[in-house]
Design a protein around this ligand. Sequence first.
Ligand SMILES: Cc1cc2nc3c(=O)[nH]c(=O)nc-3n(C[C@H](O)[C@H](O)[C@H](O)COP(=O)(O)O)c2cc1C
Length: 228
Amino acid sequence: MRNVVLVSASPKINGQSVSREFLEIAGSQINTDVFSKTFIDVRKSILTHNLSEDFETLSKADVIIISFPLYYFCLPGILTRFLVDYYNYYTVSENVKNHIKVYAIVNCGFPEPEINLEAVRVIKSFCQHINAAFRFGVLIGGGPMMFAAKDAPFMKKAVQKLNNAFSSITADIKVENSAKTGHVYIGVNFPFSRRLYFFMGNRGWISTARKNGLQKKDLYKKPYRLNE
Ligand SMILES: Cc1cc2nc3c(=O)[nH]c(=O)nc-3n(C[C@H](O)[C@H](O)[C@H](O)COP(=O)(O)O)c2cc1C
């Protein structure tokens, strides 16, 4: 049986991670008669000091699917740390499988999926370092909306594209010498204006600030600027 390892890397402490949800949907399509599935949560792995066990699991993988949120236009810090540490493990281990297939599912808050491309490039570069074959990325704009508004009529096309993208991963992992495939871009076509989308997003930040005992004006503070 071939091993599929599904890695989620949201730093979120509370609440359901969007990246994890995408990963679970992608994983649910994989046939367990042919593939064994193991989930790794990077945050838990680091916090519970389970890194060596998880690195061993990764070293035996035939397929790795990594799902994470875009943080400041790139990878969350915990994922960068995890991949660098895995690379160090890889360089000293003798039994790591080579030429395995890797896929990235990257989601972000902005509606445009293209802004995830730099993060996908980082995963591709990581693959070159561990002698793995990076297959393609699924780049998702408006990630949280994919679940919050999944039943809304304007989301129909995006949800369909998402399911097709995950089916493409399932199909691709089965093929021995699969042809080169491009990335899949899935964005949210918000029916109102872009300005309203950001207005709604900003309201989320303001209510989160209030829950943490802060006011709206506190969000604009720049404590790192010593002269102001
Ligand atoms: C610290 C932080 C930085 C973020 N940076 C970006 C960003 O640069 N661009 C973007 O579109 N979304 C950004 N987001 C939004 C997340 O990518 C988005 O909410 C994602 O769905 C979170 O996924 P998760 O639930 O798996 O953590 C950021 C969110 C946080 C908390």
